[in-house]
Write a protein that binds this ligand. Structure first.
Ligand SMILES: NC(=O)C1=CN([C@@H]2O[C@H](COP(=O)(O)OP(=O)(O)OC[C@H]3O[C@@H](n4cnc5c(N)ncnc54)[C@H](OP(=O)(O)O)[C@@H]3O)[C@@H](O)[C@H]2O)C=CC1
Ligand SMILES: CC(=O)[C@@H](O)[C@H](O)COP(=O)(O)O
Ligand SMILES: [Mn+2]
Length: 396
């Protein structure tokens, strides 16, 4: 039987890489549903190529535009729109596997829907876990879903851990997440006031969407990944370490009690963790170039406590601070960061002010423990309002 997929966020960087891997294995995978935000043309092209039963757009206008284009092409794909439609396809009885590749908290509800419906859930959308936290994991347990990480670091960690999660606590000393340091790793911290969105999005090793690219440049991506690792692997936050590794060849590591370190390596190509998740527990061809160790010039490492990194990347520490604070704080941090990054990309705030907005929002919003998806969505909305207010208070 073929694995039937819902690819949520199919027009993005992870979505396109997923469809690239899927197209290499037509005997294994079949696309049942695709989803996008507002971009109709790339979605139309994907529908023509993969012929899904459903295509979902975020809003009505884009949905109606896609429906009209599909009708004139004669394709029977049904077009839906809105957040509830995403939940419907994520939980659809005909779907085996959901690729969660929407960017931001907008993907949370569909992740929970897939988890509750017991799907194989391939999680690229790290913000959903950062916001959903324990409630997300509860939905996975209650629905009997299989949650597999797609984020390159977490896929590497998952591949480096023993198969049986009940042994992790006893056998593992710590998890070491590698970070490239992004495009500004060697810049003077005070010069970051003047950087542009184009410079921030020019990641040295990976081609990614704009939001995660800015997160890599502030190292908030690594902060989100520390929180993601906390929820995925259950180790205490003090046992999650970050080291800068500018080449992005080692994708992350696990250090065991006897000091042995097990790592996963590869060229920086997201098709590798995507193929791993899609085929798990088997392995299939991904399309990526293999590492050529003879040509590997250098693999280097920098401590966060060296070269002014703490000053350059003040947001990274917020991961541990948020994990130690009241439940819901990671959701507040994520919402603030989404608003701040969007404002930076729209040139409404400076790069260094992303951190100011995050700090001000964490101070302004004291969460009460969320007990439901509704509570999480309300907390997210409250934090977004506070972040916009913080932007309004920034000095001109
Ligand atoms: N890119 C990468 O290599 C990696 C990404 N990730 C994570 O994967 C996720 C996706 O990242 P990436 O592919 O780079 O992002 P992109 O910005 O490239 O793609 C985002 C996708 O989500 C859709 N989308 C945007 N907003 C909404 C919305 N409100 N409702 C529904 N759909 C929406 C977009 O549609 P449209 O095209 O119409 O705008 C697009 O399909 C992020 O959480 C990121 O952190 C993790 C590791 C690596
Ligand atoms: C490909 C991937 O997983 C990204 O999250 C990537 O790791 C970003 O790199 P840095 O955040 O380390 O710069
Ligand atoms: Mn990553």
């Amino acid at each position: 039987m073929k694995q039937r997929l819902a690819v949520l966020g199919s027009t993005g960087s992870i979505g396109a890489n997923t469809l690239d891997v899927v197209a290499r294995h037509p005997e294994r995978f079949e696309v049942f549903a695709l989803s996008a935000g507002s971009r109709v043309e790339p979605m139309l092209q994907q529908c023509l190529r993969f012929r899904p039963a459903f295509a979902v757009m975020a809003g009505e206008e884009a949905g109606r535009a896609l429906a009209a284009r599909l009708e004139s092409s004669g394709l029977p794909t049904r077009v839906l729109w809105g957040a509830a439609a995403l939940d419907t396809v994520a939980a659809h009885e005909s779907v085996d596997t959901v690729m969660a590749a929407i960017v931001g908290a907008a993907g949370l509800s569909s992740c929970i829907a897939a988890a509750r419906a017991g799907k194989k859930l391939l999680l690229a959308n790290k913000e959903a876990l950062v916001v959903g936290g324990e409630l997300f994991l509860q939905a996975v347990r209650q629905g009997g879903a299989r949650l597999l990480p797609i984020d390159s670091e977490h896929s590497a960690i998952f591949q480096s851990l023993p198969e049986d999660p009940s042994t992790w606590e006893a056998r593992v000393e710590k998890i070491i997440l590698t970070a490239s340091g992004g495009p500004f790793r060697t810049r003077a911290p005070e010069s970051l006031r003047a950087v542009t969105p184009e410079q921030a999005c020019a990641h040295p090793n990976w081609v990614m969407g704009r939001k995660i690219s800015v997160d890599s440049a502030t190292m908030m991506n690594k902060a989100l990944e520390v929180i993601e690792a906390r929820y995925l692997f259950g180790l205490a936050p003090q046992r999650l370490q970050v080291v800068i590794h500018p080449q992005s060849v080692i994708h992350s590591m696990v250090q065991y009690r006897d000091t042995s370190v097990v790592a996963q390596l590869g060229t920086p190509d997201m098709r590798v963790p995507i193929a791993y998740g899609l085929a798990w527990p088997e392995r299939v061809e991904s399309g990526a170039q293999a590492l050529d160790f003879g040509a590997l010039a250098d693999m280097s490492f920098e401590s966060l406590d060296s070269r002014g990194h703490r000053e350059r990347f003040p947001g990274l520490q917020l991961a541990w601070d948020a994990l130690a604070a009241a439940p819901g704080t990671t959701a507040v941090l994520n919402a603030a960061n989404e608003v701040a990054v969007a404002a930076f990309l729209e040139r409404r705030i400076r790069f260094d002010q992303i951190h100011s907005v995050n700090l001000a929002t964490l101070t302004a919003v004291l969460p009460t423990k969320p007990h439901s998806l509704q509570d999480l969505l309300e907390l997210d909305a409250r934090a977004r309002r506070a972040a916009e207010q913080a932007i309004g208070r920034l000095p001109a």
